[in-house]
Design a protein around this ligand. Structure first.
Ligand code: ADP
Length: 480
């Protein structure tokens, strides 16, 4: 199948979040399965500054937006295994920031129109035509809108899939964006999106409305976003498209996250020979100034320190953890100042037992996954979550709240791989940690639990197969 991937971030070229990992890994996995997947993304100034090798321009044109026409040049990445097109639109991407300058509506309207121009260009000059367009998050959402309206005559036969990576970020702007976009239909502004959304131009709502299939990054999150609690005021619209909403878990990169080859670790290990993990635990205790001990349970967290991640629950559980257990705690992350301060205070009060490192450090993150016995993710909501999948691979048993992708990857019980709680309350989190620490004392059964997690398959190959099923489904629904 010919598939065009549309994303504002693609790892390793530009990344602010999980979207980039998906757009970087999934196309390659789909190509490995024999499909002609190509990617289109913005040509940000940052790419030029880093000297990323490009070929072209392969074409140039002008994009009409509002009462102006902006220049577009199309390039292609030279060294990418997946054919990747870059849209060079100086009015949108020739600047220092990636998002948030206040004109993001105009920038991503330009991006979407640029994608359509690229599709026309490829068809005319090379004969390549997408059978399916896979757009990601609000930045790419208007591509589906244009295909099904403005360009219906030319491209209306193309199936569209829209993936929501985090419903919290919707791209909401004033109705004036409608004119900039050159879109006539007003329905989505005046109604159809539920209370609180009237009077806005909402990119994500348009992606949801105009795509043949809407997917999210886990089956549980797909259900949750159709409820008032998690729906971010788009639950009504999503429920009206219920028959087309689905969820597929992200994979993790099995080469980047592999304790058998990870150069950041003091010693490598695998599910076949896990002895190196104890060396990693000791090295982590030394690195972070904790008391060295093989037998004390060591709990880890690597996370953005924000409310979404349940850091307030952690803050509430720490006094119990320090008084009632002999566990050690390691935290790496950065985020909201009041949460950072709270954790720093706990660390100061419990030297040798709690270590907090503020900042972003990929190497230390991997040493924490390797050196910890348990990994905490008490998230309020979690579209997919990578941390728990990496933790499983590294034999750090996840202790999580049953939400979104955490609910789909972590199970508690006789065939489980971790510990799970449901209600977002400190005592439920504490109970789950308590069950984990009790299990930890049973050395043999703990080893079985850990081993089961290490052997689980959360690969992109697996995810790519499921996406193919969704693509076939979207093609059947197309136009329906
Ligand atoms: P989200 O994308 O919502 O932040 P995920 O669990 O999906 O959460 O992905 C977070 C990823 O970023 C994980 O791989 C985690 O290890 C990594 N990460 C988060 N904070 C840090 C940090 N301070 N240093 C290094 N890696 C981090």
């Amino acid at each position: 199948m010919n598939v065009l991937f549309v994303a504002a971030e693609v790892a390793p070229y530009i990344k602010t979040g999980g979207l980039a990992d998906v757009a970087g890994a999934l196309p390659a996995a789909l190509r490995a399965a024999g499909h002609d997947v190509r990617v289109v993304m913005p040509y940000y100034r940052q790419l030029r500054e880093r000297g990323v090798a490009v070929t072209g321009p392969i074409a140039a044109t002008f994009l009409p937006v509002g009462d102006r026409a902006e220049e577009l040049r199309m390039w292609q990445l030279t060294d990418s295994a997946v054919p990747t097109y870059l849209l060079d639109i100086p009015a949108a991407f020739e600047r220092g920031s990636i998002y948030g300058d206040g004109d993001d509506d105009r920038r991503f309207i330009l991006f979407a129109r640029g994608v359509l121009a690229l599709m026309q260009q490829l068809r005319e000059t090379t004969g390549w035509q997408a059978e399916l367009v896979h757009a990601h998050d609000w930045h790419a959402a208007l591509v589906s809108n244009y295909i099904k309206t403005f360009y219906a005559y030319t491209f209306g036969h193309i199936a569209t899939v829209f993936t929501i990576h985090n419903l919290q970020y919707q791209g909401q702007f004033s109705p004036a964006s409608l004119n900039t976009a050159g879109l006539a239909e007003r329905g989505l502004i005046e109604n159809g999106m539920g209370p609180g959304t009237a009077g806005t131009f909402n990119f994500m709502a348009r992606g949801i409305s105009y795509s043949d299939v809407v997917s999210t990054v886990s089956p549980t999150y797909a259900q949750e976003i159709m409820t008032g609690e998690y729906g971010e005021r788009l639950d009504g619209l999503l429920r009206s498209r219920r028959e087309r909403v689905t969820g597929i878990l992200n994979g993790i990169d099995g080469n980047a996250f592999n304790p058998a080859t990870d150069a950041f670790l003091a010693q490598s290990y695998s599910s076949d020979d896990v002895t190196g993990k104890l060396v990693c635990k000791r090295a982590l205790q030394v690195e972070l100034g904790l008391a060295t001990s093989n037998t004390r349970p060591l709990l880890g967290i690597v996370s953005r320190l924000v409310e979404q991640k349940g850091i307030d629950l952690l803050d509430a559980a720490i006094p119990w953890l320090m008084l009632q257990t002999d566990a050690q705690l390691v935290v790496l992350g950065s985020g909201q100042p009041y949460l950072q301060d709270a954790l720093t205070r706990h660390a100061a009060a419990h030297p040798g037992r709690i270590a907090v490192r503020l900042g972003f450090d990929a190497g230390l993150a991997q040493r924490i996954y390797a050196g910890s016995d348990g990994f905490l993710m008490p998230s309020r909501f979690e579209p997919c979550g990578l941390g728990q999948m990496i933790a499983l691979r590294y034999g750090s048993v996840p202790i999580v709240r049953a939400t979104g992708g955490l609910n789909d990857t972590v199970r508690e019980g006789w065939d489980g791989n971790g510990f799970v709680f449901h209600q977002y309350e400190p005592r439920h989190f504490i109970d789950a940690i308590d069950r984990a620490l009790t299990a930890y004392r049973e050395t043999k059964s703990w080893a079985i639990l850990r081993d089961r997690g290490m052997r689980e398959d959360n690969s992109w190959t697996n995810a790519a197969q499921q996406y193919m099923g969704v693509y076939e489904w979207a093609r059947r629904l197309q136009g329906g």
